[in-house]
Design a protein around this ligand. Structure first.
Ligand SMILES: Cc1cc2nc3c(=O)[nH]c(=O)nc-3n(C[C@H](O)[C@H](O)[C@H](O)COP(=O)(O)OP(=O)(O)OC[C@H]3O[C@@H](n4cnc5c(N)ncnc54)[C@H](O)[C@@H]3O)c2cc1C
Length: 459
């Protein structure tokens, strides 16, 4: 006999817990299934721990530059990696334990620990128990992709998950993947004292970003002593005495890079291959992402997919927004769609990169007419005062409607200052109206209207 519920939620990532809370508050009976730590990737080995470690790395970096600010230190700053880890662990523990006790304390909800698999259209098995419900919500997230490169099975490697256990500073960290995850770890570990080499298959890091943005990021990473091996193809790995090496077929540089540790940061794959989705009539695309309609309903009308597993976002805020869409549609009669969402994200290097809407590459590809305004961070008062002038601000507008199409903000505080532009785009505000709003001085935000003073056609 299957235990019967109004709803089953599989996975406690960034959509499941709040959905469970909202459904149970409406009097629905809910089963919450989690096979690992509560909170999923973001809380346990994604956003929360990495940003805690980025903060420690920033402290080390500022301490190393203390003299630039007129501050003399009695001794050279020393990174205590065990304490960096302990600080990070305490922040993570607080979140994951808080989340678990929240779920266990929900009225009308039952928590199941184990791996869920479909046995039919609306039935799942968890350990020895069968669960059934009229509505099933999948929030199963993803995991690191392990590249199929020769030798990878014969060397020890790290991922964003196992990086969380590190309580030493690696002597020489090789990072395969010069994208979002790889670059955050690369800069952080360099600041903790590692020698770091980033190996990237494309001719520049962050190939999805505009070239000037990628090059500005490369410039400050190189200035911190990070080595970049770009256009690196035909990768292989080999165990060596005292470490390992990565074989690289590059136009420039040595054919092997030697290091003590290897981090793989080459993307993520969805946790959909072990759910027996076929038994529920839930289809996936060629990459394993669950196919959904704009309201996030799958090919089985009783099943919804939220968060990274649907491939419609790869961020905590997109997973959370998925929860809001599904809950509002089901409980408040709304007609919300993920397709109404403006793409936004931040890369937490120092300085951070904030991306809103379209970038130059995407605008060019779409053939959309656009004007662009640019300003280097060396001309932003707040950045000069903080001694953090790396980066540039770029904003695009549509010439006819004067609406803001997007922005790439690379600079100190960009992860916060981005949001006035996000709100302006949602409000469909012409940039000329955006420019009339007074902003506090000195901030990065106060310069955003100025970026749009000298707009040039994108040729
Ligand atoms: C290093 C790193 C840094 C990141 N930093 C940021 C950031 O700064 N900002 C940001 O917005 N995003 C960031 N992300 C992305 C963010 O972590 C994810 O987008 C977010 O966690 C997605 O949440 P989710 O709810 O889709 O799934 P997840 O958080 O992955 O949760 C899925 C849950 O489902 C469980 N599960 C899976 N299958 C089953 C099953 N069959 N049965 C039972 N349980 C199951 C898993 O155990 C897990 O707990 C980062 C990611 C990484 C890897």
């Amino acid at each position: 006999m299957a235990a019967s519920f109004d709803a089953i939620i599989v996975g406690t990532g960034q959509a499941g817990p709040t959905l469970a809370s909202r459904l149970s508050a409406k009097g629905m009976t809910v089963a919450v299934v989690e096979r690992d730590k509560f909170g999923g990737t973001c809380v346990n080995n994604g956003c929360t721990p990495t940003k805690a470690m980025v903060a420690s790395a920033y402290a080390a970096h500022v301490a190393s530059r203390a003299a630039d600010y007129g501050v003399a230190l009695a001794a050279k700053p020393v990174v205590d990696m065990m304490r960096v880890k302990a600080r990070k662990d305490a922040i993570v523990r607080n979140s994951t334990e808080g989340l678990e006790s929240w779920m266990r304390g929900l009225k009308n909800a039952s928590v199941y620990r184990g791996h869920a698999r479909f046995t039919g259209t609306n039935t799942l098995r968890v350990n020895d128990e069968l669960l059934t419900a009229k509505q099933i919500f999948l929030n199963v997230g993803g995991r690191p992709r392990i590249p199929d490169m020769p030798g990878i099975d014969s060397v020890p490697f790290l991922t964003n998950v196992t990086m969380m256990d590190l309580d030493i500073v690696p002597e020489h960290l090789l990072v395969i993947g010069g994208s979002y995850v790889g670059l955050e770890f690369a800069q952080m570990m360099r600041r903790f004292g590692s020698k770091v080499t980033v190996v990237e298959i494309s001719p520049r890091v962050l190939p999805h970003e505009d070239e000037d943005v990628s090059l500005a990021i490369q410039e400050f990473l190189l200035a911190e002593g990070i080595q970049l091996r770009l256009s690196a193809t035909c990768l292989s790995a080999r165990q060596e005495s005292g470490g390992l090496s990565v074989g690289i077929d590059c136009t420039e540089g040595a054919p092997r890079e030697h290091g003590t540790h290897l981090l793989l940061a080459v993307g993520r794959i969805p946790n959909t291959d072990d759910l027996r989705l076929d038994l529920a009539g839930v289809e996936t695309d060629a990459h394993g992402y669950i196919k959904v309609d704009p309201a996030l309903r799958t090919t089985n009308p009783q099943v919804w997919a939220l968060g990274d597993c649907n491939g419609k976002g790869a961020f905590t805020h997109t997973a959370y927004n998925d929860y809001e869409i599904v809950a509002d549609n089901l409980l408040s009669g709304a007609d919300r769609k993920y397709t109404d969402r403006i793409p936004i994200y931040a890369l937490y290097t120092d300085p951070p990169l904030a991306r809103i809407g379209m970038n130059e590459g995407e605008i060019r590809k779409s053939g959309q007419p656009a004007l662009v305004g640019k300003r280097p961070m060396t001309r932003v008062a707040r950045a000069i005062e903080k001694g953090e002038t790396n980066g540039l601000l770029k904003i695009y507008v549509e010439p006819g409607s004067k609406r803001i199409l997007g922005a790439s903000l690379l600079g100190t505080g960009a992860d916060e200052s981005m949001h006035s532009l996000v709100d302006a785009i949602y409000a469909r505000l012409p940039y000329t109206e955006f420019q009339r709003h007074v902003r506090a001085h000195p901030t990065v935000s106060e310069l955003l209207p100025t970026v749009m003073e000298q707009l040039q056609p994108l040729t």
